[in-house]
Design a protein around this ligand. Structure first.
Ligand code: F6P
Length: 363
């Protein structure tokens, strides 16, 4: 029987849903019935720590994967393969030749790349250089174009909702305002949909610059209407009009991103000094990426993993599996990278209430 070796890696920020996807790539590749039907005996190797596992000048860092190894992986968060933000094409330290050599040395017919924009942009460049790649979308930010779902997002929303539920009891007891900072970089999906799920009073997103004066007015209006406490969700990329985004550090990673953060603390101080109401801030940070995948991420990881293997069997390379309009399709990775899927303020955000929309039907 013909033999074929494929690699799989996870790159960028970790999240829940990666392990289910890995498991289902392996199970679909090694399934006995499918193997007999296809007449191809696949072997799967896990590449450790994203692209970092391929850029070493000595041995590539890999592990053998079989159905026994991955059997329980779908129950766990993070990635059993490890991840990194290594960019083999980093202009300051280009290690793409080493990556290409290692891919050749490992004899990989194709690589399944599970990642967001950065990781997939490397996949696209390697594809241009002749490497067979297949993508699976993941990022809690849900900012990838070409797909309506990215692994990790729903689990992160569940965490935001649970944490806000916890904050509500203590906020209510003390009649405090809490400003909750979510991740998401320049996309407001986590803040908007997390805030909607949790029933936040105000939701501030990067796609719409907010007025500090208006935030204070809305808070005071709420108090006059009887609110005893408030939950305000602010995306890490949100900013008041006239300000630039809040950053934790000016240093950039190998893909050129600055670490965002600080808006919640800033806003809590502003609200407190302007309204006199006791206001605290909390940064949910990496809690949003932690823990076991929710049911939806387990299922989507499974479906994306199976779909990725379908692409490999069809030898349809340079494509990312995608969820759109209720079904699974594949889109060229080159069409997806270097773009951002953002909240459409006109149709998805209420700029008067600083919250989700209150009319839903479009037709
Ligand atoms: O892109 C995913 C993400 O979690 C962003 O929401 C966040 O800004 C960033 O990664 C944090 O990255 P790190 O794990 O490197 O701190």
């Amino acid at each position: 029987m013909k033999k074929s070796r494929i690699g799989i890696l996870t790159g960028g920020g970790d999240c829940a849903g990666l392990n289910p996807a890995i498991k289902w790539v392996v199970k679909s590749a090694l399934d006995e019935r499918l193997t007999a039907e296809r007449g191809i005996q696949y072997e799967v190797v896990g590449i450790r720590d994203g692209w970092k596992g391929l850029v070493g000048t000595e041995q590539p860092s890999v592990m053998a994967l079989d159905q026994g190894v991955v059997r329980t992986w779908d129950r766990y968060g993070g990635t059993m393969l490890g991840t990194s933000r290594t960019n083999p094409y980093d202009p300051k330290n280009d290690r793409s030749k080493a990556a290409l050599n290692n891919i050749r040395q490992l004899g990989l017919e194709a690589i399944v790349v599970i990642g967001g924009d950065d990781t997939l942009s490397v996949a696209a460049r390697l594809h241009e250089e002749g490497v067979n790649v297949v993508g699976i979308p993941k990022t809690i930010d849900k900012d990838l174009v070409g797909t309506e779902y990215t692994l990790g997002f729903e689990t992160a929303l569940n965490i935001i909702t649970e944490e806000i539920d916890r904050l509500r009891t203590t906020a209510g007891s003390h009649e405090r305002i809490f400003v909750v900072e979510t991740m998401g970089r320049n996309a407001g999906w986590l803040a908007l949909e997390g805030g909607e799920s949790a029933g936040a009073f105000l939701i501030l997103i990067p796609e719409h610059e907010f007025s500090l004066h208006k935030v204070n007015e809305l808070v005071l209006e709420g108090r006059r209407a009887g609110a005893r406490y408030d939950i305000i969700v602010a995306s890490e990329g949100a900013k008041p009009a006239g300000y630039t985004e809040f950053v934790r550090s000016m240093a950039t990673d190998s893909f050129g991103h600055k670490a965002l953060g600080g808006i919640a603390e800033f806003l809590a101080d502003e609200i407190c000094s302007s309204t006199g109401l006791e206001t605290r801030s909390i940064v949910l940070s990496h809690l949003q990426r932690g823990g076991a995948p929710c049911a939806y991420d387990r299922r989507m990881g499974r479906y994306f993993g199976i779909a990725a293997m379908d692409l490999i069997v069809r030898k349809s390379y340079g494509r990312m599996v995608s969820y759109r309009g209720g079904g699974f399709i594949a889109v060229p990775i080159s069409d997806v990278i270097g773009k951002l899927s953002l909240v459409d303020v006109k149709t998805q955000y209420d700029t008067d209430r600083y919250n989700g929309r209150r009319t839903i039907l479009t037709k």
